[in-house]
Write a protein that binds this ligand. Structure first.
Ligand SMILES: Cc1cc2nc3c(=O)[nH]c(=O)nc-3n(C[C@H](O)[C@H](O)[C@H](O)COP(=O)(O)OP(=O)(O)OC[C@H]3O[C@@H](n4cnc5c(N)ncnc54)[C@H](O)[C@@H]3O)c2cc1C
Length: 388
């Protein structure tokens, strides 16, 4: 039976960053993904590099974290991000009244937010709502969701990590309260294999509870489905957000030659097979028109839905659950040493998620190596295929 120090379950951005981090600390790592790499939430998100401004009023810790990670990604993964800036628009009484507090909260979180005269905002982005009352510039951006994650995969593989896609983890073996390994099934051939390991990282995003259940562990997850709609045409160059407390349909992200409005939030039982609802699409298009009139008149390109891996249980839509990152050491919570679950966060914070869980794994394995993922530029994304 093959042996690795650590098995990572889940080939989204979080799993990729974790595999890279652990490999840099000198550990042998194998990662399993049941589908194609990034086929979970990572490959379907809105594509916004969060400066953190969206969270500044309600969740200053997350706001600060997003800004810090934005600065790091600028160094280590520059070409996977478009640093196109973001414009928050106050278009009603609520937004207008909130503007001073919003700017103060951004600055408190180290986010350089600056109010610009509405006339100037209209010169920068001529399609935005001409009835805008106040406008604030922040350092948001657009992420190439696939390439950013693939740069972490390429860097992990360059450091010796093994990545197996289309391979589902179907069992977790343990003995006397410690993990011993995993059982996997190759999706294409049905072949089942066992791998021995000393630690397992459950980075299965909205499926994390199902993976934990393989080891009879309880992980509180609320899969919260969000829908996005893309229309043809790059209507703005900046990310345009509605200045108000975070809600549905308040961000438009330019992505290549498309403009994407998102998102919505509804609780679902199963994160698989999600489809957009007709009423979500109508709601998003009319919300987009409030920020960019005529958005809905552009040729429709597509609509899709992805599940947020919210860390916590909710009987409602999950809005009250923080987007904060959560690391669960099952040796402490569920009496299974060597199993760690990483949840929550954002695509923007994939690197720090890898760091936080790897810190705990390294400590468990008595490895005295610090995180170094913020120090080096990542390998180009296409090195993944050259090296693996
Ligand atoms: C609607 C929406 C919009 C968003 N917009 C943004 C945004 O604009 N900016 C931003 O920064 N963040 C955004 N996010 C958040 C971001 O998408 C997620 O936080 C991030 O993608 C989660 O990545 P992950 O690797 O943790 O999970 P995932 O990408 O879901 O990866 C988990 C993987 O585990 C695999 N898996 C599950 N079970 C098994 C098993 N048994 N064996 C092997 N593999 C398994 C799955 O196939 C999946 O690929 C958005 C999220 C949603 C839902």
């Amino acid at each position: 039976m093959d042996y690795f120090d650590v098995v990572v379950i889940g080939g989204g951005g979080t799993g990729a960053a974790t595999a890279y981090d652990l490999s840099l600390r000198g550990l042998s790592v194998i990662l399993f993904e049941r589908g194609e790499l990034t086929s979970g939430t990572t490959g379907r998100h809105h594509g916004q590099l969060h400066s953190g401004a969206r969270y500044a009023l309600g969740d200053p810790h997350i706001a600060q974290e997003c800004m810090a990670e934005t600065r790091i990604l600028r160094r280590i993964a520059r070409d996977t991000i478009e640093y196109n800036q973001g414009l928050f628009l106050a278009i009603d009484d609520e937004g207008e009244a909130l503007t001073p507090d919003f700017i103060a909260a951004c600055r408190e979180a180290d986010i350089p937010a600056m109010e610009v005269p509405v006339q100037r905002a209209l010169e920068l982005e001529r399609r935005i709502n001409p009835k805008t009352r106040r406008a604030v510039l922040v350092p948001d951006g657009t992420i190439d969701a696939y390439r950013l994650a693939m740069r972490f995969f390429a860097s992990a593989v360059a450091r010796g990590a093994v990545v197996r896609n289309f391979t589902e983890v179907i069992g977790i073996d343990s003995s006397q309260g410690e993990v011993q390994g995993v059982r996997v099934r190759q999706i294409r051939t049905g072949l089942e294999q066992r791998y021995a390991c000393r630690a397992i990282v459950n980075a299965a995003g909205p499926w994390a509870d199902k993976v934990a259940a393989l080891a009879q562990q309880d992980v509180p997850v609320t899969p919260a489905a969000g829908t996005m709609v893309a229309v043809e045409g790059r209507l703005t160059n900046m990310v345009v957000s509605r200045l108000r407390r975070p809600g549905d349909g308040d961000i438009i992200v330019p992505q290549r030659r498309l403009s994407i409005i998102g998102s919505t939030q509804r609780k679902v039982d199963d994160p698989d097979g999600l489809r957009p609802l007709g009423e979500e699409i109508s709601f998003l298009l009319s919300s987009a028109d409030e920020l960019i009139p005529d958005f809905s008149k552009q040729p429709f390109r597509s609509a899709w839905t992805a599940a947020r891996p919210l860390a916590g249980r909710s009987s409602e839509e999950g809005r009250e659950i923080s987007r904060d990152i959560s690391v669960i050491d099952h040796g402490k919570t569920g009496k299974l040493k060597g199993l760690f679950t990483i949840l929550g966060g954002k695509a923007t914070t994939l690197r720090i998620m890898g760091e936080l869980v790897s810190d705990q794994v390294a400590q468990y394995l008595d490895v005295d190596e610090p995180c170094r993922t913020a120090l080096f530029e990542l390998y180009p994304y296409d090195y993944y295929w050259r090296l693996s």
